[in-house]
Design a protein around this ligand. Structure first.
Ligand code: B3K
Ligand code: ZN
Length: 873
């Protein structure tokens, strides 16, 4: 391990920067193996006590260094663990440096890299130090001028942040372009791109009449797959004006798509760089879910222009200040563009799957962590998704207008600044006139609160008494927990399913639980009522109702809140599954569940996407979260049994749905929901006694589909079916789509879904396939993440799944530590399994920890997972 791998950065150690950077002039001479970076920094002292200047750098070959035009003598500067120290600097001065870097050898995809004949950058969080010597921290804001030089033939397009102010050609076939960004920014928002692209252009006119040129840069072969991204961008721009009063601030908005990217996308000022998964779509190549992913990620990066870029972070501990708020904004945008109820269900499903699991693992941490070794390890579901839930709770309490008054004040006060989460909370509180101080605890306390609800109807006085109690279990390093403010949205129903009005005339209200225990009293009501609690999932907690049994059966049929109706039905299914896992003799289909399914199937199909949600089985992961220890095999067997039972009992419904819902391709919400429901019917039919017939439906659907959603859904049910030989169809699929990397990613994953021992061999073979590449994170994830998601195979009792997976992580860590570390987080949940599996998971982690040249990224994840951070730091 490198020496600085043990440096623990602590939030409380923050010190404001000693020097300010007034301007940065960068000049890059782009060559794949040997790029020269010239930098001129105009620097000013801010802290009179500081004598020496410290700059960050990583993997830079220093070619020259001078101060105010004088080459620096070797006794004026020194190197110390990733830093360059220049001693005794004056008040104002200029530092010129020249360094050499190697973009093609950069497989970590952080800093400047070269992939698919394109030069790209990724600087968040600390990639800029891999490009030049610089104070690489978010609270140093500077004005950037960037000149890019490259051969015109291979790099006809040269892009950076802001406005292009000059271009010119040289005699040797090279050309250059100069870009100026008028907005001072931290270096993590710097971007530069050089390559050949097709440019899809559009225009957006802002509310104040400014014309913005929208330019999407994609590979030539993808020229017809740009429409969704451009439309989504225009919708997001209009929405941010309408809902937050925020206009775009540059003349151009540039997006570049690449297949080689560590995450989803990056919000660099005026020049977003995107994983092509979140840009490219056509009906033949993209699924409905892909279309929605594009809409949401395009919006997310666009919204960062105000929440992240114009107002940025003081330090990396504040990451959720931009990410939690921006996720909340993109969730609300998607809810406004699509069905609000279905959106909320999808968001909570993701929160529970990723964030609740994180809270229950050795990696549990607060939304604002207290320390880190590698900040890239904290781009987590907790910082993003739980962070968004905390914002949502405050939005629920303040209401639309109060919240808007708060964000207006936030932008007015902090535009151009680098701030903390406190500044946001203070602006929301002052702007709305409400006290939000208790919410800071949501940022400092890790763990998922348990919310216990007990209540009864008092027939004497017609009142409903409700007692709410909260308790947050201990998490690593945080034994004692205190109460947090929990907004609970609730409504009441009569036993005939009609909504009960409260004396105030409202049908719904929000109460705020602040203490460990609080009591409420509602009514009077003319007759008995049943409450619907935590509607819309108004707080990120685990709700335990004393009357769950009766309430779930009732609410699964009658709740008018789509989220709660869905959640009640899910709980009925989970309960039935847990009972039959514990006692495999009993039938897995309970009466309540059957009744709820029958009700869902007989209701009119106004919202087919919502019907599909109601009728979907809980995931294996979500059932596992309720078990201690997790019985992966039992879960899989019983879930398949339940699928089979529902497939048989409602065989006629599935058959009708499947045949009646067939329709030519359209792409509105209703058509997408209809496809989803129809493919769900196919899924149940394939798991039932009519499987053989359903198989022929699926084969026909695979061959004749006029869109990728249906084609892939058909292929998936066949590929996952235990006794079906899907290889002929899989090779047909490969032949058809081999020139489309995003589809070939699906092809890799599809082969790893079958819960059978031979899946391990398939995974091994896929790593040898000519189309597999260790350098492309999408491809690596297509195999490894899909493998880990196959619970019976990954958790095979002989440990073979763990060993295979760990071996690949070991290899990947040498190339791309960030992606290796992220994939390794699945092991952090080891303590949730039986003792033998625990031992096997710990063993492979311990072995990895001893690896030569272990990265700081992977090292930190393993140490925290094993609970050995103390000894090593
Ligand atoms: N801000 C980037 C994430 C950067 C991740 C660095 N490891 C994308 C986003 O959240 O919008
Ligand atoms: Zn973000």
């Amino acid at each position: 391990m490198s020496t600085d791998s043990t440096v623990l950065v602590q939030r409380q150690d923050y010190r404001s920067p000693d020097f300010a950077i007034d301007s940065v002039d960068l000049e890059l001479f782009l060559r794949p193996q040997d790029t020269e970076v010239r930098s001129r920094l105009a620097i000013r002292r801010r802290n009179s006590g500081a004598k020496d200047l410290l700059l960050d750098g990583e993997g830079l070959e220093l070619l020259s260094l001078s101060l105010d035009g004088e080459v620096l003598a070797s006794d004026r500067y020194s190197f110390e663990s990733g830093k360059l120290r220049i001693s005794d600097v004056p008040e104002h001065f200029i530092v010129d440096s020249r360094v050499r870097i190697q973009p093609e050898a950069n497989t970590a995809l952080s800093g400047l890299y070269y992939a698919d004949a394109v030069f790209l950058t990724q600087c968040e969080a600390e990639g800029f130090r891999r490009i030049t010597w610089y104070p690489d921290r978010p609270d140093v804001l500077a004005r950037f001028t960037v000149t890019l030089h490259a051969p015109k033939a291979t790099c006809p397009i040269l892009l950076s942040n802001g406005n292009c102010v000059a271009t010119s050609e040289a005699d040797n076939g090279w050309h250059w372009a100069r870009w100026e960004d008028p907005f001072p920014k931290p270096c993590y928002l710097f971007a530069a791109v050089g390559g050949a692209f097709h440019v899809a252009k559009d225009q957006y006119v802002t509310g104040s009449g400014k014309k913005i040129s929208l330019e999407l840069h994609v590979a030539e072969r993808d020229r017809d797959a740009c429409e969704q991204a451009l439309q989504s961008l225009k919708k997001a721009m209009a929405w941010d004006e309408e809902v937050y009063g925020r206009e775009y601030d540059l003349d151009r908005y540039l997006i570049v798509a690449t297949d080689s990217f560590n995450m989803g996308a990056m919000e660099n000022k005026g020049l977003n760089i995107f994983n092509s998964k979140y840009v490219l779509a056509s009906p033949e190549t993209a699924t409905d879910a892909d279309y929605q992913g594009i809409e949401s990620v395009i919006a997310h990066e666009y919204f960062h222009n105000w929440t992240g870029n114009r107002v940025t972070l003081r330090d990396w501990f504040q990451l959720s200040l931009k990410e939690g708020l921006t996720v909340f904004r993109d969730q609300e945008f998607s809810a406004d563009m699509n069905s609000r109820g279905v959106q909320r269900i999808a968001d909570v499903r993701r929160l529970r799957a990723a964030q609740f699991a994180e809270d229950a693992s050795a990696l549990a941490h607060p939304v604002r962590p207290e320390s880190y070794k590698e900040i890239n390890n904290f781009y987590t579901a907790t910082v993003y998704e739980k962070g968004a839930e905390v914002i949502r709770m405050m939005h629920t309490l303040l209401g639309v207008e109060g919240f808007r008054a708060g964000t207006d004040l936030y932008f007015q006060r902090h535009d151009g600044q680098a701030v903390r989460i406190e500044e946001l909370l203070d602006a929301l509180a002052t702007g709305s006139g409400r006290d939000l101080s208790g919410f800071l605890r949501w940022y400092s306390q890790a763990g998922t609160p348990r919310l216990k609800a007990e209540g009864h109807f008092d027939a004497e006085n017609g009142r409903y008494h409700l007692r709410l109690q909260q308790h947050t279990p201990a998490t690593p390093g945080q034994e004692q927990k205190l109460p947090v403010p929990i907004p609970v949205r609730l409504a009441f129903f009569y036993e005939d399913g009609r909504a009960a009005r409260l004396p105030s005339g409202d049908e719904e209200l929000v109460i705020l639980l602040q203490d460990a225990t609080q009591d409420w009293d509602f009514g009077p009501f003319p007759r008995a009522v049943i409450p619907s609690l935590l509607r819309g999932f108004s707080a990120p907690v685990l709700l335990e109702r004393a009357d769950a049994e009766a309430a779930d059966a009732f609410l699964a049929q009658h709740d008018s809140d789509p989220f709660n109706r869905w959640d009640s039905l899910q709980r009925l299914a989970q309960k039935a599954l847990l009972a039959s896992i514990a006692n495999p003799e009993r039938s897995v289909l309970s009466t309540e569940l059957q009744a709820a399914f029958a009700a869902a199937l007989s209701q009119p199909l106004d919202d087919p996407a919502f019907s599909a949600e109601l009728l979907s089985l809980p995931t294996e992961e979500s059932i596992g979260q309720l078990m201690d220890p997790i019985d992966v095999d039992g879960i899989h067997v019983q879930r398949e049994a339940l699928r089979h039972a529902l497939g048989d009992i409602f065989a006629e419904d599935w058959r009708h749905l499947y045949h009646d819902l067939a329709a030519p391709y359209r792409r509105d919400g209703r058509a997408m929901g209809t496809r989803r429901l129809r493919n769900l019917a196919l899924y149940y039919a394939m798991g039932s006694a009519q499987a053989e017939e359903a198989q022929s439906w699926a084969e026909r659907q695979y061959r004749s589909a006029d869109n990728m959603t249906d084609r892939l859904a058909a292929l998936q049910v066949l590929a996952f079916a235990p006794h079906y030989d899907a290889d002929p169809l899989l090779s047909d699929f490969y032949q058809r789509w081999q020139s489309h990397p995003l589809i070939i990613d699906r092809w890799f994953s599809l082969q790893l879904g079958r819960a059978a021992p031979e899946t391990l061999r398939r995974a091994q073979e896929l790593l040898q396939h000519p189309a597999f590449s260790w350098r492309v994170p999408n491809r690596v994830r297509a195999v490894l993440a899909a493998f880990a998601a196959n619970l019976p195979v990954f958790h095979a009792s002989d440990g073979s799944g763990y060993r295979f997976y760990a071996q690949q992580i070991r290899h990947l860590d040498d190339l791309n530590p960030q992606t290796a570390a992220r994939l390794a987080t699945v092991f952090s949940r080891w303590s949730r399994y039986d003792e033998e599996r625990q031992r096997q998971m710990r063993t492979v982690m311990e072995e990895l920890l001893g690896k030569d040249g272990l990265s700081r990224d992977l090292g930190e994840i393993l140490e925290r997972s094993l609970g050995v951070s103390e000894e090593r730091s």
